[in-house]
Design a protein around this ligand. Structure first.
Ligand code: MRU
Length: 372
């Protein structure tokens, strides 16, 4: 996507040094634009854990490049020691954030690609090719999600005789959460490009404010009309007919269509159901966990530092400041994700098309996953 009219992806190899991976450090957006160099596995681990980069697709792509960096820094005394280092690095990367399944998916894809190779230089080259393939496929999946999802927006625009289509989104499932385009935002960008009058309600998404900081900034860069709202406004907007559809992203979707996404998504789905507003979830297949059925029981929900709830950060006109908003002694709890049961999801928008949020719906799009 574009930043000041220059095209960027969220992760790439440094032009004059392919041993360095570069990412946009999202902690500073929208107030500053900082590119970070990642040269070691430990730096990649920190970047994921401390959310310099975040979002399911980008976490997966970064883990993919992390495995390439692991191959560069692995000991070359023997093939066995080299392989052991890769496995250990994969474990380190997987332990950074538990909910987005893309992370373990990318690490296992790397290990599967490298396992059968004997020569360590060839193993490193395979890790690089696989990292690039994961990133390219992520961008391509998001582009396709846009092509499928825009059809829903087109239908709503036709029904409204060209009146503004109001779309509510939660957190940031935009291009910053992926390699390019995003998932929830891809149909919106496509609709905007086609000249459809869209307006986006952007949930601020406490405690880390991914909506207020990142989605708002992205939409501004692309010239898409939007309004940032506090997290609890969505229900009111829906009761007053001010939301035509909800689109969110996903961090992990079960084989039965339950969806883990940023904390607060479930409440939006409940409000949408109560008000007859369609609730769509957009995701690439790398976010589907085919091994599990029950999202509430089986999806690990990340708990982050209580400090993220107790403090807020913002721009004071000169610099970013962090201030306390609770009594200093009050304990806080910080669940980062929740699960929306499939019965509340109108449809899943994937790179292969739109399906019902159910096992049968997913298998119609991914028949190769059918057992027996
Ligand atoms: O904690 P984050 O910022 O990594 O979480 C991201 C989300 O939950 C987003 O809502 C998004 O929908 C899923 S990532 C594409």
């Amino acid at each position: 996507m574009n930043i000041n009219n220059k095209h960027y992806r969220t992760i790439w190899l440094k032009e004059d040094n392919p041993a360095v991976v570069q990412v946009i450090d999202q902690r500073w957006i929208p107030h500053d634009f900082v590119v970070e160099d990642l040269k070691t596995v430990d730096q990649v681990v920190t970047a994921i854990k401390e959310m310099h980069i975040r979002g399911a697709g980008l976490i997966g792509a970064t883990a993919g490049f992390g495995m390439y960096i692991a191959a560069l820094e692995a000991p070359r005394s023997s093939r066995e020691a080299f392989w052991r280092y890769l496995v250990k690095s994969g474990e380190k990367l997987k332990s950074t954030r538990p909910t987005a399944v893309n992370l373990e998916w990318a690490v296992h894809r790397q290990l599967d690609a490298i396992r059968g190779i004997e020569d360590m230089d060839e193993m490193t080259q395979a890790a690089l090719r696989t990292a690039q393939a994961i990133a390219d496929e992520d961008a391509d999946s998001c582009r396709r999600i846009g092509e499928h999802g825009v059809k829903i927006i087109q239908k709503i625009a036709e029904r409204k005789n060209g009146d503004t289509v109001n779309i509510l989104t939660h957190c940031n499932a935009g291009w910053l959460a992926f390699v390019d385009y995003g998932t929830a935002t891809a149909p919106i960008y496509k609709a905007h490009d086609l000249g459809i009058d869209v307006h986006v309600w952007v949930d601020e998404t406490r405690p880390r404010n991914q909506g207020a900081r990142l989605t708002a900034w992205e939409l501004l860069q692309e010239g898409v009309p939007h309004s940032v709202v506090a997290d609890n406004v969505g229900g009111h907007l829906m009761q007053h007919g001010m939301v035509d559809m909800v689109i969110t992203g996903a961090d992990r979707v079960t084989s039965t269509g339950d969806v883990a996404n940023k904390i607060g998504t479930y409440l939006k789905a409940l409000a949408a159901r109560d008000n007859g507003v369609p609730f769509y979830v957009a995701l690439p297949s790398s976010s589907i966990d085919w091994k599990i059925q029950d999202g509430i029981e089986e999806i690990p929900i990340e708990q982050r530092s209580p400090e993220e709830v107790k403090y807020v950060s913002g721009w004071d006109g000169n610099r970013i400041r962090r201030v306390l908003v609770t009594p200093e002694e009050s304990p806080a709890v910080n669940y980062a994700f929740d699960v929306t049961p499939s019965r509340l999801v109108t449809g899943l928008i994937t790179e292969r098309g739109i399906c019902e949020a159910s096992e049968e719906g997913l298998l119609l799009l991914y028949p190769e996953r059918r057992k027996g």
